[in-house]
Write a protein that binds this ligand. Structure first.
Ligand code: NAG
Ligand code: NAG
Ligand code: NAG
Ligand code: NAG
Ligand code: NAG
Ligand code: NAG
Length: 351
């Protein structure tokens, strides 16, 4: 009996000790975080003020999430931690190796130009659980692609606004990807022969080569499951978007906000019969009305900040699938001839 009570006491003590340190983390990880902080702040930065040696509760430090089960670091959000004035720099990827359960890592906006180690950052691939990696707004060139290959469970990869150029080859080793961000790079072709066939979401905003190159959209046939395509801030004048996108039979959402489009470029968009959402916010050029008629499944149409004429309303009246029409800040001619109760209109009339 006495022994049993003693055991019970030990048990209770252990449980309550764990209760007392809910935000602690492994020493190994805490030391690595402090090294990471030093590296990001070198030589005289002041980021991450809550990451201090004297505080053992590193799971309560800013920009960190831990697993409540294991107490290990699972998410690190290190956006804009490096003083931009220090210019381009090279990050030591070995600093991340202690974080064995890391599943989300953002290093967005730190002017990283590459990795310190000669091995080219391959250590990163030892992060077996990483499924979200944001390297946007840095200074990476095409070399970054080989160092992000081979993550066994990477689903979302953001390389927006870096210095990628020309041909981008997505190898077999990126096959688990579902979301890819390549906006704001100077690329003109995507090759993905045995690449990410499960890719559902692709960001290609503000690709500066669109004006000169016709290849990028043609290479999208490599992504048969693409459902959401972001193409805002591009100039498509003189190109026939409908033809170029027609093989994307799973496409549900297309974003063409602030694009330069003409009637010619929108021709054939009606062939995208799976389209449910279409966003055409603030186009430069007039919105042609005919194209919408063939979009038999369209549920959401944003035509805000455009100049529209009455023809467009005649077309919209006949679109039986439409549930939401957004016309914020549009310049409209004449009377608005819609009197059908089934739509939710978000109107803001301006002259
Ligand atoms: C930090 O160091 C850099 C380079 O040595 C220097 O140009 C900058 O003025 C320093 N900034 C501060 C706040 O001391
Ligand atoms: C990178 O970081 C690791 C781990 O802290 C360290 O052992 C190594 O010397 C560093 N490499 C360079 C080139 O600074
Ligand atoms: C693609 O998705 C399917 C269904 O979710 C999954 O079974 C398959 O493993 C994925 N393929 C790759 C290469 O990750
Ligand atoms: C597009 O990219 C250029 C150059 O990278 C940049 O200067 C500009 O701000 C970007 N525009 C938008 C709307 O993001
Ligand atoms: C669409 O698919 C057809 C048949 O596979 C192919 O011949 C054509 O080149 C493709 N079009 C584009 C724009 O990729
Ligand atoms: C676009 O379509 C998808 C699926 O059809 C839906 O879940 C999503 O909310 C839509 N987005 C907008 C902005 O309407």
């Amino acid at each position: 009996m006495g022994l049993f009570l003693q055991m019970l006491t030990v048990l209770v003590t252990t449980v309550s000790l764990q209760g007392w340190l809910p935000l602690g983390c492994l020493d190994e990880e805490r030391i690595a975080l402090l090294q990471l902080k030093d590296s990001l702040n070198y030589p005289n930065g002041t980021s991450l003020p809550s990451w201090i040696k004297a505080d053992a509760h590193c799971c309560s430090w800013e920009r960190i999430e831990c697993s409540s089960r294991t107490g290990r670091v699972t998410e690190l959000y290190l956006e804009e931690t490096r003083n931009e004035e220090m210019g381009d720099w090279y990050l030591n990827t070995s600093l991340f190796l202690p974080f064995q359960q890391l599943n989300s890592l953002s290093l967005w906006g730190n002017r990283i130009a590459g990795w310190v180690e000669k091995k080219g950052g391959y250590e990163l691939q030892r992060l077996r659980n990483l499924d979200y990696l944001d390297l946007g707004s840095n200074s990476f060139d095409n070399g970054i692609l080989s160092s992000v290959e081979g993550f066994p469970s990477l689903k979302s990869l953001y390389l927006n606004y870096n210095r990628l150029e020309g041909l981008i080859d997505l190898k077999e080793s990126l096959s688990s990807l579902e979301v890819l961000g390549l906006s704001g790079n100077n690329i003109n072709k995507l090759v993905a022969s045995r690449g990410p066939s499960n890719l559902t979401t692709l960001y290609l905003h503000n690709i500066t080569t669109y004006e000169s190159s016709f290849q990028l959209l043609q290479s999208l046939g490599a992504f048969p499951n693409l459902a959401t395509l972001y193409l805002s801030y591009n100039n498509f004048r003189g190109r026939i978007l409908g033809d170029e996108l027609q093989n994307l039979s799973s496409l549900e959402s297309l974003y063409l906000d602030q694009c330069s489009l003409d009637e010619h470029s929108l021709q054939g968009l009606g062939a995208l019969s799976s389209l449910k959402n279409l966003s055409l916010f603030a186009l430069s050029g007039t919105v042609p009305s005919g194209v919408f008629l063939d979009l038999k499944n369209l549920e959401y149409l944003d035509l805000s900040s455009n100049t529209l004429n009455n023809n467009i309303f005649q077309a919209i009246r006949m679109m039986n699938s439409l549930k939401t029409l957004i016309l914020m800040g549009c310049k409209l001619d004449g009377r608005i001839p819609i009197a059908q109760g089934k739509c939710r209109f978000e109107f803001q009339y301006s002259r």
